[in-house]
Structure formats: C-alpha cells, structure tokens
Design a binder for this molecule. Structure first.
Ligand code: CAA
Length: 385
C-alpha cells in the first residue's frame, strides 16, 4: 500500500478541508442544536462532486476512487459528523450498489441525479425487528403483473425523509429466507409510500433518521435491482463498502476532538503552567494521536483494497471497529482534557462525544464487526467481498 496520496487525492482532500472549514464548521453547532438538515451545504457538497465521488462521470459522479472518498469524508466529519453521514450513505449505500448492480437504464434514472448531488438516495434495510439480525426481513413485495406490491416498515433510515429514492430490501419469497430477499428502488411520491416519524437523536442530530412506511405500494418490476433473491448479497456488499465510509467518519470525529484538545492544552493553565505541560494530559494526547493514526491507516488500507479490486470485507470491518472505538475513546478523553468546560456545549467536544457513539452502532455494531472478523479468521469465509 502506498502511504503517499496521489496529486489528485491530495487535491480532493484539500478541497474538502477548505469547504468544511469555511462553510460547514461555522454552522455545525447550530444545526446540531436545532436538529436541522443542512440543505444548502449538502447541495454545495453535491456541486463540489462529493456526493458521488467514486461514481464514473458518465453516471453523474466525480470518477475518483475510494481513497479519495475516505480522505474527503474524514475532512467533512472533522467539521460535522451529520454532513459526513449524509455523504457516506449517498456514496456507499445508495450509489455503490446502483453502480454495481443497476442496468444502464436504472443508472440513468436513479443514480445520475443522486451521484451529481441534485437529490439524495437512502438505503432501507433496517426494520424494527431486523437491526443486527438483518436477514430477518418482514417487508414483503408480491409480484402483480409488471409491478410488485410492497407492504412493510423500515426503521432508522438515514436521509429517509430527504431522499428522492430509497433502495428498499423486501422478501419476495419468504420460504427462501435471506435467499428470498430482493432489492427495489422506490421513488418518493409513489402511492403507498410515506415517511413516518423522524427520530430525535443523541448525536448526528442534523442528519435525518426516518421511518419509511409502505402500504400497498406499487413498484414497477423495472425498479428491481439485480435478480429476485439477490437482495441480501446486494445489501451486504454495499455495507462492506459503507463500513469504510463510517470508519472515515469516525476518524474525522476523533481528529476534530483531538485538535480541539491540543489547542486547549496550549492555552489553559492549571497549577501555574499550561495543562499541556502536565504529563497526564500529554499522555492522553499521545494516546489520541496514535490511535487516530492507526484508525486512519486501517481505513486507507480498506479503501486501497477496494480500489484494487481485492477482497476488503474483513479489512473494512477492522477499520470500522477500530475507528469507531477510537472515536468514542478520543472524544471521551477530549472532554477529560477540557475538564468541566468539556461538558458544556461551547467547547464542542461534547458534540464529538455524542456523534462518536453512533459509529459503534450503525452499519453493524462493534459486536457485528467482531463477528465478521472472527468468522474470517476461523475460516468461515466463502471468498465474498
Ligand atoms: N457479502 C456478500 N454476501 C454476504 C456477506 C458479505 N459481506 N455477508 C454475508 N453474506 C451472505 C452469506 O454468504 C449468506 O449467503 P448464502 O447463505 O446464500 O451463502 C447470507 O449472506 C447470510 O449470511 P450469514 O449466514 O453469515 O448470516 P448471519 O445472519 O449469520 O450473519 C450478519 C449476517 C453478518 C450478522 C449480517 O446480518 C450483518 O452484517 N448484520 C448487520 C447489519 C448492518 O450492518 N446493518 C446496517 C444497516 S444500514 C445503516 O446502518 C446505515 C446508516 O444508518 C448509516
């Protein structure tokens, strides 16, 4: 693996950093407080090519690679984790499977407007009873002539309210279990498709997390992605890539909290000296920097494997596991470095603490990442991803 970024990757990283610093950072605390979706800045991220980074230009994207995606995503997350998750889902969980499994007609209709940032796409796998246990899908799609009739509910769907297109996983043959799951693109406005409640969350409060409800919703068979029964593989493959994005988000959250801690250690005095001169604070900062570098390298490794067309499922799970645990630890220690000031909103490390938590939960909890890694170590591996 090359440790140096290419000129193009560095340019994308610098562009994302400049945008994050100038446009996102100034509003991050306010949109978190108000739980307000940042339409304007997300639209500008689309104009900058960040909403479909690795999608070829032909399909509305930037034609860059997965390494560019993670370095840009880290920069966005460093300023605001909510913007980062919107970018991550659009790219990895919606864009990637549409690119990989879609026909040209589907890519033209459902991928191009999303990859170009004109609108958003979401990924609807989770259900009330199917979180970690993702094979346990209850949403049903029954064939009816040239259509399917979809009934069911999806829960905790990132960008569910704001998206024009939802990639929805449904049982088309219950008897087949997970081999009877199929994937469909459902358009906003389709009769029988409504958005239910939007969640009031601990962190990533400016992103939208919604319930999707399907009541006799008629979906054209032409909207089915891949074959009948291929849906669970499509979902798992998308999530393998998505975990690299969440790892990058976690690295960005940690890096932002660490940088604030270093700045604070250089200005705050206690016992007559700057707190950065106290060994106990130095150790915390040293541990933070080391863990962040480790998480970043694991994330870049997974992205490099993906770019090289090599298996990356386990590498992605390792990156996501280590980066999300690092984000939580770093954000906790960042509050410790700030003392009582870290506990109040003004110093912003409390937002990192709240945002970090979800990286241990979504796109597979830390426990699920360990399960995926351990199965690979123990040889329960069929060469997938
Ligand atoms: N790639 C391709 N296929 C895969 C796969 C992968 N990574 N992982 C599993 N599969 C296939 C298996 O080959 C198997 O297929 P066959 O039986 O046809 O061979 C099938 O899927 C079932 O796999 P398992 O037998 O391993 O099923 P399991 O129930 O024991 O374990 C699991 C599956 C790993 C726990 C999986 O359910 C999982 O990853 N759960 C976590 C779900 C998750 O990450 N949800 C995230 C929701 S999206 C989100 O969070 C977005 C957001 O908000 C930001």
């Amino acid at each position: 693996m090359k440790l140096e970024l290419s000129a193009e990757q560095q340019m994308i990283q610098a562009m994302a950093r400049e945008f994050a610093d100038s446009a996102i950072k100034p509003i991050a605390a306010e949109i978190d407080r108000d739980a307000r979706f940042p339409h304007e800045t997300v639209k500008r991220m689309g104009e900058l090519g960040l909403m479909g980074i690795a999608v070829p230009e032909r399909w509305g994207g930037s034609g860059a690679d997965a390494v560019s995606y993670v370095v840009a995503l880290e920069e966005i997350a460093r300023a605001c984790a909510s913007h980062a998750v919107v970018m991550s889902v659009n790219n990895s969980l919606y864009g990637d499977p549409l690119l990989r499994y879609g026909t040209d007609v589907q890519r033209e209709r459902f991928l191009k407007p999303v990859a170009s940032g004109h609108t958003h796409g979401c990924f609807a796998l989770t259900e009330p009873q199917a979180g970690s246990d993702a094979t346990n899908q209850a949403t049903l799609a029954v064939r009816d002539g040239a259509d399917y009739i979809v009934n069911g509910r999806k829960r905790f769907i990132t960008t569910g309210r704001e998206s024009s297109f939802a990639l929805v996983f449904c049982q088309t043959d219950r008897a087949e279990g997970h081999r009877g799951i199929s994937a469909f693109v459902v358009e906003k406005g389709a009769p029988g498709f409504t958005v239910g409640k939007t969640e009031d969350k601990l962190g990533i409060r400016a992103s939208d997390t919604a319930e999707l409800i399907f009541e006799d919703c008629r979906v054209p068979a032409a909207n089915r992605l891949g074959d009948e029964g291929q849906g669970f593989k499509i979902a798992m493959t998308a999530i393998d890539g998505g975990r690299i994005g969440i790892a990058a988000q976690a690295v960005g959250i940690a890096a932002g909290a660490y940088e604030r801690s270093v700045a604070y250690a250089r200005e705050r005095k206690a016992f007559g000296v700057l707190i950065g001169q106290h060994q106990m604070v130095q150790w915390m900062l040293a541990d933070m920097a080391t863990a962040i570098d480790g998480a970043r390298l694991l994330t870049l490794r997974a992205a490099t494997l993906k770019d090289g067309g090599r298996p990356y499922r386990t590498a992605a799970a390792m990156a996501k596991l280590f980066a999300s645990e690092t984000a939580m630890k770093v954000a906790t220690d960042a509050i410790q470095v700030h003392g009582g000031y870290g506990f109040i909103r003004e110093y912003e490390v409390e937002r990192a603490f709240r945002d970090a938590k979800v990286t241990q939960l979504y796109e597979g909890t830390s426990q699920i990442q360990k399960l995926v890694i351990a199965r690979d170590l123990l040889g329960d591996h069929d060469g997938r991803a």
